[in-house]
Design a protein around this ligand. Structure first.
Ligand code: DC
Length: 238
């Protein structure tokens, strides 16, 4: 009986030990409509991760700054406005939803006006700096809500936000294929123009960081992309 109890304790300890179940960070970067959101939502479900879409953070800030009539080119006004923004997070299912002044974003952040402006605001170092700690702090949100880790999608996650993430993926796809995907979602988007600005900005440009796993999804289905990523994650976690 004593031996059986010892075994039970050992098994329980192994199950709860941090080495056995480490907090994991999955970073997914890529251009507009490259499949980041769809794949990261599925991975979040499969591995019990908090899903964090940092593009929605930049979109929410852009919407707010446009609403306040603060142009991205007016640095003093931009700095003053950013200093006044209060960020919070609430869960929307498995996804982190950003609150500004206690309010979640509406559907307008996916509209054409934000599409046209978001890359310009995202290129301003002060805007990126304002979001840096908030993005890294999503690990606390994930831990507080009992997630096993987080999957964060964006443009600079594997390069700047979490360069030491356990898994770093970079998705790309032919622009024509990406435009087709957006059209199939019934959404208008300035994909090529946003990519051009996002890739050429000085601060944290969109780029595949050294050591990240580069996946070309042009001829792959969503399921195939997810299987590639999930296979690598599962193999590592075994
Ligand atoms: O992922 P998305 O297309 O919704 O992102 C909207 C814009 O936000 C994108 O054009 C560039 C910016 N962005 C960024 O600069 N860095 C991130 N980590 C995420 C998004």
């Amino acid at each position: 009986m004593a031996i059986q109890l010892d075994c039970l304790v050992a098994v329980l300890l192994a199950m709860t030990s941090p080495e056995k179940n480490p907090f994991i960070i999955v970073a997914i970067d890529g251009g507009a409509a490259s499949g980041k959101s769809s794949s990261s939502k599925i991975l979040a479900e499969r591995f019990n991760l908090l899903h964090v879409d940092t593009g929605s953070f930049y979109r929410h800030i852009t919407y707010e700054l446009l609403r306040l009539k603060v142009p991205y080119s007016d640095l003093p006004a931009l700095r003053a406005a950013l200093a006044r923004l209060e960020f919070g997070t609430r869960l929307n299912g498995r996804s982190a939803q950003m609150l500004i002044g206690g309010q979640p974003a509406g559907d307008e952040i996916r509209g054409q006006n934000v599409n046209e402006h978001v890359s310009h605001y995202a290129a301003v170092p002060e805007v990126r700096q304002a979001l840096l700690a908030y993005q890294r702090g999503q690990t606390d949100v994930a831990q507080q809500h009992g997630f096993r880790g987080l999957v964060m999608e964006g443009r600079d996650i594997g390069s700047v936000i979490f360069p030491n993430a356990e898994f770093r993926f970079f998705l790309h796809a032919d622009p024509a294929e990406r435009a087709k995907r957006r059209a199939a979602e019934g959404r208008q988007d300035s994909i090529t123009e946003r990519d051009r600005i996002d890739s050429s900005r000085k601060t944290s440009p969109l780029t595949c960081p050294a050591g990240a796993i580069d996946i070309d999804s042009t001829f792959l289905t969503l399921e195939q992309v997810v299987e590639k990523m999930a296979g690598l994650i599962a193999a590592e976690l075994k």
